[in-house]
Ligand binder design. Structure first.
Ligand code: NAI
Ligand code: MG
Length: 361
């Protein structure tokens, strides 16, 4: 076949984002090399992040989105570092890209890898896996609100933070979840809200869920309040297949899921614009982890697993599966970073994954 060249926009960002993206790119370059011309990457690196902010007063260039709009995908590390307020760094870069490119579906698989210490005492723990579908364009992260209303001062400040739920926004993410459920062995979608307390937006979500589910009679449905769902993750994870939730709730539940599966360091994610009008973005679930940054001990699996999601999105499903198998083979061999109780460092785990690519071929 004809060689395919994919243009990647690589944004390592801050802290361990830089360390793990370097390793992820090493894996991708290796796979391209050994594909014998089937595919290659042309990567443009962007220095955006907190250091960039401290030098330039902005997290990314004003025309940043235009600079990366025509790339095939965005490979992202993490943002956030002491010295720059977290809301500045998150809104200035990651949320600017997600919302600016309408990457409305955030896919976060919860994978229980072999050989990893379990935080969960469950009879079938080795066969657990589910996927969180996070609404990624509105909800609690719509940025609607304000502070410092006239006439108030220190001690009397007021802040309003509103959540935005639109019928279209709910419908597209719920439909996405049902379509994804149809690709899985057990076809089931669980919707998570808090509509007893949040009586406007989340009741709308529930209504849309009920309506859309009628178009998928072959898919089992379930609905939970988010607090009960947190318990369900621990007590009945075998009930979970596709879990669809709002921006904030899925954000929280995905950290819980990845911790149950071993560590925040193993969780991968894809921020998709399913219509493919704009590039999608692939990043680990974790942040910049300032507590371990610069030590070379960060777990690269979340970011390398995100590269697998990227390969899949680029039409390289076989390569994606092979990379996931190489990751699983590596953990099965006990080649683990410190967050998983191991003694290997970031580079050693990546080296092992690259070696195992040949083994699982
Ligand atoms: P975090 O995910 O960076 O770290 C939480 C804990 O998990 C830390 O103890 C860290 O050492 C550990 N951890 C995370 N990733 C790991 C890895 N790959 N290997 C080993 N251990 C790992 O979350 P935290 O501490 O709440 O936030 C730190 C900064 O990251 C903040 O500035 C925050 O705003 C930002 N952040 C950025 C995100 C993004 O860019 N997508 C997502 C979450 C947080
Ligand atoms: Mg998060």
């Amino acid at each position: 076949g004809e060689a395919k060249t994919f243009r990647l926009a690589v944004i390592p960002g801050d802290g361990i984002g830089k360390e793990v993206v370097r390793e992820g790119m090493r894996v991708l370059e290796h796979m391209a090399e050994e594909s014998e011309g089937k595919f290659s990457f042309e990567s443009d690196y962007f220095p955006w992040g907190c250091e960039y902010y401290l030098e330039n007063g902005k997290m990314m260039d004003e025309d940043g989105l235009e600079q990366i709009r025509n790339h095939d995908a965005i490979y992202f590390g993490a943002v956030g570092f002491p010295g720059v307020p977290d809301h500045i760094s998150l809104w200035g870069l990651r949320l600017a890209i997600c919302q600016g490119f309408d990457q409305w579906a955030n896919i976060r698989p919860v994978e229980f890898l072999p050989g990893v210490p379990r935080r969960l005492n469950h009879p079938d723990v080795d066969n657990l896996n589910w996927v969180l579908v996070r609404e990624n364009s509105e909800g609690e992260y719509s940025g609607i609100g304000g502070r410092n209303f006239a006439g108030r001062g220190t001690g009397n400040e007021v802040a309003v933070q509103s959540a935005l739920f639109t019928e279209k926004g709910c419908e597209r993410i719920i439909r996405f979840a049902f379509d994804l459920a149809r690709t899985r062995d057990r076809k089931k979608v669980t919707s998570v809200t808090k509509s007893n307390a949040q009586q406007y937006g989340m009741v709308l979500w529930d209504e849309v869920f009920a309506r859309v589910s009628k178009d998928y009679p072959d898919v089992e449905t379930d609905q939970r309040l988010v607090d009960a769902m947190a318990a369900e993750f621990v007590l009945h994870p075998e009930e979970l297949e596709v879990v669809v939730a709002s921006n904030l709730f899925a954000d929280i539940l995905s950290d819980l899921g990845s911790a149950l599966a071993g560590s925040l360091g193993v969780a991968a994610s894809a921020n998709l614009n399913p219509e493919r009008r704009t590039p999608s973005m692939f990043e680990s679930v974790h942040g910049s982890a300032p507590d371990i940054a610069g030590k070379g001990v960060a777990n690269p699996i979340g970011t390398i697993g995100s590269a697998a999601l990227m390969l899949d999105h680029l039409g390289l499903a076989e390569e994606a599966a092979r990379l996931n198998n190489a990751i699983a083979e590596t953990t099965r061999q006990g080649i683990l970073t410190r967050d998983l109780g191991g003694t290997y460092d970031t580079v050693e785990v990546t080296d092992a994954i690259i070696q195992n690519l040949a083994k699982v071929k």
